[in-house]
Design a protein around this ligand. Structure first.
Ligand code: PMP
Length: 456
């Protein structure tokens, strides 16, 4: 029950808060859902109603909600130093240890770490580093960046240019010129009849090469990709995709930036999505599960080649002219370090690997459902494509408002489901147990059944 009388939290929210990714006018009528606490995979509203969150917030609360151990670490770090900057050579123990730890965990040899505060800042910084690097090598014309349609890379002005979703551009006059978008590797929806996954991957790699040649290889600085396309609702790369794409990039000396903001730290069944899909990036951006979402922190990992270029440019400029007040924040870094310790102590990767067949098997059983066209995932990330016609892959017209209907029906089963377009995206906390997976799948099935009944 919502209380809209003056001074209720609902009325105060409507009066004061602008919510991201929310229709502003509808929100004035409908008001917020207010959550007051969480435990494990569950969050609770003001009346104590319990909800299963199938997406761990925004793919991030990897250890679940509420965490005593991380709270103590944050408390101690705040009491001890609380804050200091890392500008002009200053440092702190947590920032040093976290950077070392990230280099030790990296999926391929990496040389240095830049600590930031969010996935968006990490990608924005990485774009600047790419430009800085090619300028250092006296190739200022190597400036264009290629990412994929359907991808999401953050909300700063530059991240929105990387993002390959028109709805993020509309109304803002973006993207800026020089940001190009190639095909999304979405086999289920975009393959032609009779085309194998390998053939589809080859076609996409050929399209990428054609784009590079049309634009001029000497103008292309970097290729940006998240191993699993979160922005498209957890779309997995088809067989051979990254192998073929990387061969093209190597041919034209184009940097590979892996956006591991969702995939990093176990989500795909390995520490990095780059390991799951055999990617050798020059730069990695990561965030979210780095601190189990308990503190805003992210990182950019760069290899030695990039760092060599940065040194040249920093000599020219007098110093490396970039940085945020909260970069290397000692409280956030301490929480991230402790999170990585927890992953290690509890063998989180082993747990994800053990849960993977149960999770994917449970969701795959929904393939028989009349509304389900495709189920695909790895580790503890998966997408379910909802269709009007299983055979033709035809989608429901937007007027049916299907994903929203499904989300509403899920809420009746106390399940928070997240859709991206026509795909339901699943990224539960990595600590999920076998019993919780069965519980989750049961609630998803019930939500699909209710929606089917509603559609008649
Ligand atoms: N990259 C990817 C792949 C993401 O999914 C996100 C956030 N969902 C970001 C970047 C941006 O991260 P943040 O919201 O922490 O700025």
């Amino acid at each position: 029950m919502k209380h809209f009388e003056a001074n209720s939290p609902y009325a105060r929210d409507i009066g004061a808060v602008v919510h991201p990714h929310t229709n502003l006018r509808v929100h004035l009528e409908k008001g917020p859902e207010i959550f007051t606490r969480g435990r494990g995979l569950f969050v609770y509203d003001e009346e104590g109603r319990e909800f299963f969150d199938a997406a761990a917030g925004l793919w991030c609360a990897s250890l679940g909600f509420g965490n005593e151990r991380l709270a103590r670490v944050a408390y101690d770090a705040m009491k001890n130093l609380g804050y200091y900057q890392i500008f002009r050579g200053a440092s702190n123990g947590a920032a040093i240890e976290l950077s070392e730890r990230l280099l030790a965990l990296a999926p391929c040899p990496m040389s240095k770490v830049l600590l930031q505060c969010s996935g968006s800042e990490a990608n924005d910084t990485a774009v600047k580093l790419v430009w800085y690097f090619w300028n250092a090598l006296d190739k200022p014309e190597k400036r264009k960046i290629i990412s994929r349609k359907g991808s999401y890379h953050g909300s700063t002005t530059i991240d929105v240019c990387l993002t390959g979703k028109p709805e993020f551009h509309a109304g803002f006059g973006l993207p800026f010129p020089g940001f190009l978008h190639t095909d999304m590797p979405y086999y289920y929806r975009h393959h032609v009849d009779g085309e194998s996954e390998e053939e589809f991957s080859q076609r996409l790699a050929d399209n990428l090469e054609r784009l590079i040649l049309e634009e001029g290889p000497e103008t292309i600085a970097a290729f940006w990709a998240d191993p699993v396309v979160g922005g498209a609702g957890a779309v997995l790369p088809p067989k051979g995709y990254f192998e073929k794409v990387q061969a093209v990039l190597r041919k034209y000396d184009i940097l590979f930036v892996a956006d591991e903001v969702i995939c990093g730290f176990g989500r795909t069944g390995n520490m990095w999505g780059s390991q799951t899909f055999s990617i050798t990036p020059d730069i990695i951006t990561c965030a979210k599960a780095l601190s189990a979402a308990m503190q805003p922190i992210s990182a950019v990992l760069i290899n030695e080649r990039i760092f060599e270029g940065m040194k040249i440019q920093s000599d020219r400029n007098g110093r490396f002219v970039h940085g945020y007040t909260y970069a290397g924040h000692p409280v956030a870094a301490a929480v991230a370090l402790e999170t990585l310790k927890i992953y290690d102590e509890t063998d989180m990767i082993g747990h994800v690997k053990a849960m993977e067949p149960i999770f994917l098997g449970g969701l795959a059983a929904l393939n028989d459902h009349p509304l389900v066209g495709d189920v695909a995932g790895c580790g503890l990330i998966a997408g379910i494509e909802v269709v009007a016609d299983k055979k033709t892959r035809e989608m429901f017209p937007a007027s049916v408002g299907l994903p929203a209907k499904l989300e509403a029906n899920a809420l009746k089963h106390d399940l928070i489901l997240r859709h991206v377009g026509n795909r339901l995206a699943f990224s539960p906390a990595l600590i999920i147990t076998e019993a919780e997976i069965h519980d989750l799948v049961g609630r998803v099935k019930a939500s699909l059944d209710d929606t089917l009944a509603e559609l008649g």
